[in-house]
Design a protein around this ligand. Structure first.
Ligand SMILES: *Cc1c(COP(=O)(O)O)cnc(C)c1O
Length: 386
């Protein structure tokens, strides 16, 4: 490919010396798991996100799972989330034995639609299903929590979500795997919701060189519980097991990489914004093409630059012919995936998610994309549709 979808090599060239010396330090001290780098990273992450606690862990999936397990989520619990997300968001709900309840998205932000969320909770509580699709087993479920997803790096609308949660006594777990670095009404991703989970998978806005993730909260008790869950449900010491947990630790090498990358992360976020602005300006006014809308008071982390196209195949083919990669996130919403078939959803249940899945695709997005490359990409798209 002429233009990489995500250019981690260009990034590595700018931090090479720092990464190598930090990894060498790990090799020298030999504390490979939960070494001093992990503790330093936890402090830096909490400072960056503006939370009291941050706990780096083994992946974004485990971060979500740790937060659910710390809340004691299990069979009979309903957790509300969107079907237009990476599978892990709903997978962890099912892993705990709880039931994912899908709520359709807003057609502009691609994030959970708060009015649909209100309706779904009300329908579950009243047992009346008017105009609301619920899982087959809904009458046996009790609402417990909400997982808003910051899709493509744009925060969900947390203020009304927190109001809904408070009204019904639910917890809010922010899935900010794609949103780390974003801002909602002056608050950073990680500090939104009661607890937040992010991912450091290499392709995310802040990524390590393998799998990694983190949880964030201001709640002291929840933080201790998540720390315990992360280390096999440990109590006062490693050999006292007070609950069922997982092996969710981050290793020191990945923490070393993240410390180096966190230093350049604010600058990278600015570069992502530059690329997004250039795309939006150059793609304006193309018939049948919708570029992202960032509502007032929001800053996206621009994990992806995703557009809706009436003729997606035509544009993707023209870009492929020009050796420019694209990707579709997500071609099939989760309520229609085989893994969730037992919930009993069918086509037509989540019309906005289904419509977006049929029209969406993402363009190359990373901080090292040059203005010339953006112009080349948008030029190919203009030519294809004219
Ligand atoms: C990537 C991602 C996850 C999972 O993160 P991993 O680190 O890959 O386990 C969860 N939710 C969303 C929305 C994601 O994009």
């Amino acid at each position: 490919m002429k233009i990489p979808f995500i250019d981690l090599k260009a990034q590595y060239r700018t931090i090479e010396d720092d990464v190598r010396s930090r990894i060498n330090a790990v090799l020298e001290h030999g504390q490979y798991v939960m070494g001093p780098e992990v503790h330093e990273l936890n402090e830096k992450l909490a400072e960056f996100a503006g939370t009291k606690h941050a706990i780096a862990c083994s992946s974004g999936t485990d971060a979500l799972l740790m937060a659910l397990m710390a809340h004691g989520v299990g069979p009979g619990d309903a957790i509300f989330t969107t079907p237009f997300t990476f599978v892990a968001t709903a997978e962890v709900i099912a892993l705990t034995g709880a039931t994912p309840v899908f709520v359709d998205i807003d057609p502009v932000t691609f994030n959970i639609d708060v009015e649909s969320l209100r309706r779904a909770i009300a329908a579950m509580k009243s047992g009346e299903r008017t105009g609301c699709r619920l899982p087959r087993c809904a009458k046996d479920l009790k609402p417990r929590g909400i997982i808003p997803v910051d899709l493509f790096g744009l925060p969900a609308d947390y203020d009304p979500i927190m109001d809904v949660a408070q009204k019904h006594g639910l917890f809010v777990l922010s899935d900010t795997a794609q949103g780390f670095g974003s801002v909602y009404k002056g608050k950073r991703s990680g500090s939104l919701g009661h607890v937040a989970a992010t991912s450091f998978f290499p392709a995310k806005p802040l990524g390590c060189y393998g799998d990694g993730g983190a949880v964030f909260t201001d709640d002291d008790e929840l933080s201790e519980l998540m720390q315990s869950v992360m280390i096999h449900g440990m109590g006062e010491n490693r050999y006292e097991n007070v609950r069922i947990g997982i092996n969710g630790r981050l290793d020191s090498m990945q923490a070393a990489v993240l410390l180096a990358k966190l230093n350049i992360f604010p600058g990278e976020l600015e570069q992502r914004q530059r690329v997004a602005d250039a795309y939006t300006e150059q793609l304006a006014g193309i018939p049948g093409l919708v570029t992202p809308t960032i509502p007032e008071g929001y800053k996206s982390a621009w994990a992806q630059y995703s557009v809706l196209a009436d003729d997606r195949n035509l544009i993707q083919k023209a870009l492929r012919d020009a050796e420019i990669p694209t990707a579709i996130y997500y071609p099939l919403p989760l309520h229609l995936q085989k893994a969730f078939a037992s919930l009993g959803y069918k086509e037509g249940d989540m019309p906005v998610s289904e419509d977006c899945a049929g029209r969406i695709f993402s363009l190359p997005m990373h901080p090292y994309l040059t203005n010339e490359q953006v112009a080349e990409i948008t030029g190919v798209i203009r030519d294809a549709v004219s």
